[in-house]
Design a protein around this ligand. Structure first.
Ligand SMILES: NC(=O)c1ccc[n+]([C@@H]2O[C@H](COP(=O)([O-])OP(=O)(O)OC[C@H]3O[C@@H](n4cnc5c(N)ncnc54)[C@H](OP(=O)(O)O)[C@@H]3O)[C@@H](O)[C@H]2O)c1
Length: 255
């Protein structure tokens, strides 16, 4: 029987690459995102190789999420994998200079959106049982502090702890949970973070050889297709060119 993956945020970056990777392996796809045209274009392309169901919605809209999951066509009713990928960072200004609306948006998307899709799909994943998998997109930003990360990093720390806690509650169901924690990857993520500033986007990746969305999709596919008795709890990956810069120390003027 064909396996089905539910991917949030499939209109670009990791989500779109996952759609292609799972389609290539013969999985049926449920693809979500707000940008209707992109979803339709991807669906038109991938429908040539597999079954695709699209849901144009905002993950922050709990009612829309509830209706979409309740209304899944019978062919897509059994879910084998949930990739909780929709998310964003807004800005890199220090906390006192940020717009509180941006903080709201990050919490509503990265935290609340992710818990909505998880809770709504849990019954279907549990019904599938052994081998079903949830992959949550955390980040190295949830593990290490850096200037300008404030609410974004904190939202990803939430994803990490939520993933661990879910594992406890899913004990005995066969459902697996992974927190995937990438470092610097090239995608529209930075364009969104910099408010569409292409020069800042280009400067971010210049000379870095960052991880690409396809690399993440391959990693997620590997996680989901591990033997059913193995749970990858968390997996952190970075480009070789990225490491840590140490502590900042403020020094008082002497003498
Ligand atoms: N790129 C990185 O360096 C990096 C590193 C670590 C973790 N991550 C995480 O990985 C995930 C994917 O990032 P990416 O690099 O693939 O970024 P991306 O290319 O900007 O893709 C983000 C996706 O999330 C969707 N999305 C955002 N807000 C949404 C909302 N309110 N409702 C529905 N969908 C929404 C977007 O679709 P629409 O705009 O069409 O709705 C888009 O499909 C995010 O959770 C991000 O935090 C990224």
């Amino acid at each position: 029987m064909t396996s089905t993956v539910f991917i949030t945020g499939a209109t670009s970056g990791f989500g779109e690459a996952c759609a292609r990777r799972f389609a290539e392996a013969g999985w049926s796809l449920i693809l979500t995102g707000r940008r209707e045209e992109r979803l339709q274009a991807l669906s038109a392309e991938l429908s040539k190789v597999t079954s695709v169901h699209t849901l144009t919605l905002d993950v922050r809209d709990r009612k829309a999420m509830e209706a979409a999951v309740a209304g899944l066509p019978a062919q897509f009713a059994t879910i084998n994998a949930l990739i909780n990928n929709a998310g964003l960072a807004l800005g890199t200004d220090p906390a006192p200079k940020t717009d509180l609306d941006d903080w709201d948006t990050m919490v509503d998307t990265n935290v609340k959106g992710l818990i909505y899709s998880t809770r709504l799909l849990l019954p279907r994943l549990i019904a599938h049982g052994k081998g079903a998998t949830i992959v949550n997109l955390g980040s190295v930003a949830g593990n290490y502090p850096y200037p300008g990360s404030h609410v974004y990093g904190a939202s990803k720390a939430f994803v990490g702890q939520f993933s661990l806690n879910l594992r406890c509650d899913l004990q005995g169901t066969g459902v697996r949970v992974t927190n995937l924690e990438p470092g610097m990857c090239e995608s529209e993520f930075s364009l969104v973070r910099f408010g569409g500033d292409k020069a800042k986007y280009d400067a971010t990746y210049a000379g870095v050889d960052p991880i690409q969305s396809k690399d993440i999709a391959d990693t997620i596919y590997w996680i989901v297709t591990q033997p059913a008795h193995i749970n990858i709890n968390s997996l952190e990956l970075m480009p070789v060119t990225q490491s840590w810069a140490g502590f900042a120390v403020e020094r008082h003027k002497q003498g």
